[in-house]
Design a protein. Structure first.
Lengths: 249, 296
């Protein structure tokens, strides 16, 4: 199957106390459509830097990134956002606090598209948003609530909905359940998995949670000091136990 | 009574400036010091153009354009040269002092031409100071209407999102740099337009008339927020007008109590500090009150 995203020898170097440090050290990764890849790694392994490089928030020192065979290495974040969406770890990073839930969703509906000088027509989208949120107890009937009044779990659910409302070619989840309490975290993870399966999304999910890493996804990658040290396909991953991963931490 | 009418008239005119300031300080979350320079820039531009025989309306339009250009300079330094926001504003403000002197040719100039927006359209036939109130209401209505329409467009929402959460806005594909340019330019345009109006109302322009204008604008915004804490963005623009009038009335009362007019800026700063501290003072008061009730 043709690759959706191809990362070719990605290197990201930073200078710390006059010392060169490769945060990404020659990453080669091929992501195929409908892959649900779980990325594991300790702090400083390069997980978030890898996501930053894919979204365009950070430029690579060397290497290439191809999306559908198009070289997007020097394409800016705004243009890439048309195809790639991301949910951050911090619930506050993904939403606009002084906007209502509906306004945030409307903003996300035009992800990556030019913002024109024409009325946004929020009311025309309310029915769609109502059906979009009606099965989510955390956000049902809250379309007109200001986001700053929502709990962390509600905000993160909204961030996730904003990331998928306009179907992304690639969905990036950056430890998106890590800042939530265990129950909310599990609920959001179940929702995430359900949506990914139903919408047949391609996803790269960074997590620290070994249980989540074993339970979800059809491929697993472990990053250590900027290198991929383990890459398991769905068959190998199915046999994987949490204990097997401990040696990488 | 005349003093109160005059104070309310001042409140309406200065509210226009506060609305401009609101765009940077609250919508974009950008502490913009440029206004202390763009306000007198509008005043000197308006006076010079009127003195050269242009209509007061055109003079105000040109003041708006010049103010926007000042905003452009700050936005450029901030977004393209990565100069910190406060410093970028201070640099433009400092540079504008010389620019204003160049435009005016001296430190201050009186309007000798009878051409003045406050005595056109039959406004001069209104009772004293009512022309300021009438014109203030009309201009506020126009600016508020245009601003509410703009903020409800896709571009306007992108400006709000940029100020609210730049990371999110960028990840939604919004050109956040462009949105900052738009916000800072429109804000300084409105501030300069107010400078042009005040110059016409007072009958002169002075290169130093911007000193303290940030405090006046912020006071109007903060007082509006203290009186009406939870309102929509559109309603917030109206509360700024109320805040501006209340601020002027407080100032008038303080001066009537016999304070020296030389202390005006000191009093203005104290009023703003009190308004900013009010939520904290209120919270402390309620905490002490609650603890008192519990201990009984």
């Amino acid at each position: 199957m043709k690759s959706l995203l191809e990362i070719d020898n990605a290197v990201k170097t930073i200078y710390n106390d006059n010392q060169e440090l490769n945060i990404l050290d020659g990453i080669n990764l091929s992501i195929k459509p409908q892959d649900f890849i779980v990325v594991l790694g300790t702090n400083g392994a390069g997980k978030s830097t890898l996501l930053d490089a894919i979204t365009g928030a950070n430029t690579l020192t060397s290497g290439k990134i191809l999306l559908n065979n198009d070289d997007i290495t020097s394409t800016n974040l705004a243009k890439r956002s048309r195809y790639i969406s991301r949910v951050y770890q911090d619930p506050k990073l993904g939403t606009s606090p002084r906007m209502t839930v509906a306004e945030n969703l409307l903003l996300a509906k035009r992800r990556g598209l030019p913002r024109r000088l024409r009325l946004r027509k929020l009311n025309d989208h309310m029915k769609e948003f109502e059906s979009f949120t009606k099965d989510l107890p955390t956000l049902d009937n809250r379309l007109n609530t200001f986001t700053e009044k929502l709990s962390g779990g509600q905000r993160q659910t909204l961030s996730f909905l904003m990331a998928i409302i306009q179907r992304p070619e690639l969905l990036l989840l950056d430890e998106h359940t890590a800042a939530l309490d265990p129950q909310t975290s599990q609920e959001l993870m179940e929702l995430t998995n359900k949506v990914i399966q139903e919408k047949k999304l391609t996803c790269l999910m960074v997590t620290h949670n070994l249980t989540e890493a074993v339970k979800y996804g059809n491929r697993l990658i472990v990053l250590k000091k900027g290198k991929i040290v383990l890459d398991l396909d769905s068959e190998a991953k199915a046999k994987l136990k949490e204990e097997d991963l401990l040696e990488y931490f | 009574m005349n003093l109160i009418i005059s104070t309310i008239s001042q409140g309406f005119i200065w509210a226009i400036m506060a609305i401009g300031l609101f765009i940077t300080f609250r919508i974009l979350d950008f502490p913009d010091m440029t206004v202390e320079g763009s306000f007198p820039l509008g005043a000197v531009t308006a006076v010079i153009f009127i003195q050269h025989g242009y209509s007061p309306e055109l003079a105000l339009l040109i003041a708006f354009i010049f103010g926007s250009l000042a905003g452009f300079a700050t936005a450029f330094m901030y977004t393209k040269l990565h100069i910190p926001s406060l410093l970028a504003g201070i640099l433009t403000m400092t540079a504008l002092y010389s620019v204003n002197l160049r435009i005016l040719g001296k430190a201050n100039m009186s309007l000798t031409k009878p051409n003045n927006i406050f005595n056109r359209y039959g406004l001069d036939k209104l009772p004293v100071n009512f022309n300021g109130i009438f014109l203030g209401i009309v201009i506020i209505a126009i600016i508020t209407f245009l601003l509410i329409i703009f903020l409800n467009t896709e571009k306007g929402q992108a400006v709000i999102a940029t100020g609210d959460n730049e990371t999110m806005a960028a990840s939604m594909g919004i050109n956040t740099t462009m949105m900052k340019f738009i916000g800072i330019m429109v804000s300084n345009g409105i501030v300069a337009l107010t400078g042009g109006l005040i110059a016409q109302q007072n009958g002169f322009a002075d290169v130093n008339m911007g000193i303290g204008s940030i405090v006046i604008g912020l006071s109007a915004i903060i007082i509006g927020e203290v009186i009406y804490p939870d309102v929509s963005l559109s309603a917030r623009l109206i509360t700024i007008v109320i805040g501006s009038i209340v601020y002027r009335l407080i100032l008038m009362i303080v001066l009537q109590l016999g304070f020296n007019t030389n202390d005006l800026k000191l009093i203005s700063a104290i009023i703003l500090a009190l308004c900013l501290a009010l939520p904290t003072i209120r919270a402390q008061f309620f905490r002490v009150f609650r603890n008192g009730v519990k201990s009984k």
